[in-house]
Design a protein around this ligand. Structure first.
Ligand code: 0JX
Ligand code: SF4
Length: 319
């Protein structure tokens, strides 16, 4: 019997988006400029390895602003914060560097604008996720969070002619559109966000996974469990026809039995995942007979964001 062809389809784009790169460099540069400790409210991005690496360099991750000593430096994470968090930081005389992704800030501003125009805002997103807490906190009197299609029937609005949907930036594009369809059946005059709230990076990573999934017996997504966009990539892979898909933080978490009978392995990573973790997975696969790697490209990304103003004139040497 002939051995099945063993190959890897490597998704591109994968890994760091512009907002994550900016947030991670912000902490690195704050450490370099101001010295340790640099406090960071919540995980700067939802990746175990990134957080552990920055911790070793002197970052101190806290859950709440109240845990930061009076007058100290604090970085706000890429996922954004509500105005109440800014107020609390000011009351504690904290020096704030805000690493909120500009594409999350864009959604906050949309919320402000529609609330100002007296709309009911239906925020599609996951209750408890930091980004949703931050956006909701902008306009709590105008926003209702819609977790999924299952929540649609319970939505109540004041004026069905003044309703807009906005969303978390890291959702499944297809699932969100299904929820929007159901919302529109209830509110035919539902307004859409002026531009996509699900960001370019989330969309591109899902798009390439859709392209390769049907050819894959197994898809490995590198990312952490609390990373919304990474978890979505596993779901998208399965929906798009992959026979199996798993999320791993490190190559060491791959169960060798997942390769039983497998010919093609898809590999991708979430927007908060450093490329060296993907390299680790590719090396592990090569060591297990999957050394033939073909990169499949769905989009080319060139977007970059400038650093928060407090850090702008001080370049960080990147290894
Ligand atoms: O859980 P998320 O996907 O929103 O965050 P993560 O994994 O840190 O990804 C990058 C940051 C995204 C902010 O929108
Ligand atoms: Fe910004 Fe999108 Fe990256 Fe989130 S996933 S940090 S919104 S670019």
């Amino acid at each position: 019997m002939t051995e099945p062809t063993r190959r890897v389809l490597l998704a591109r784009p994968r890994g760091y988006c512009a907002g994550v790169d900016r947030a991670v460099v912000t902490v690195e540069k704050a450490l370099e400029t101001y010295g340790a400790p640099v406090y960071v409210r919540k995980q700067i991005v939802h990746n175990k390895h990134v957080v552990a690496t920055l911790e070793k360099r002197g970052a101190v991750f806290v859950e709440e602003t109240a845990e930061v000593p009076e007058g100290a430096l604090v970085v706000f994470s890429a996922h954004g914060v509500s105005p109440a968090v800014h107020t609390e930081a000011a009351e504690r005389n904290l020096q704030v560097i805000d690493a909120t992704c500009p594409l999350v800030t864009k959604v906050h501003k949309e919320a402000n604008r529609y609330a100002g125009d007296d709309y009911d805002i239906l925020l599609i997103g996951h209750t408890g996720h930091e980004e949703v807490e931050g956006t909701y906190g902008e306009e709590p009197d105008s926003i209702q969070v819609v977790n999924s299609a299952a929540d649609v029937d319970a939505v109540q609005v004041r004026d069905p002619e003044k309703v807009v949907w906005l969303s978390q930036t890291t959702l499944s594009v297809d699932e969100t559109l299904e929820t929007v369809d159901l919302l529109r059946q209830r509110f035919p005059l539902l307004t859409s966000p002026p531009s996509d709230d699900i960001c370019y990076a989330t969309q591109n990573r899902q798009e390439v996974v859709k392209q390769i999934a049907g050819d894959c017996d197994l898809v490995l997504v590198v990312g952490s469990r609390n990373s919304s966009n990474s978890v979505r990539l596993v779901e998208v892979a399965l929906d798009a026809g992959a026979s199996a898909a798993h999320l791993v933080d490190y190559a060491s978490e791959i169960d060798p039995t997942w390769l039983n009978g497998v010919g093609t392995v898809g590999v991708t990573s979430g927007a908060s995942v450093p490329e060296d973790l993907v390299d680790g997975v590719l090396e592990w696969l090569a060591g297990n007979g999957f050394g033939d790697v073909e990169e499949i490209t769905a989009a080319t990304e060139t977007l970059t964001f400038s650093l928060p103003k407090e850090l702008r004139s001080k370049p960080v040497p990147r290894g």
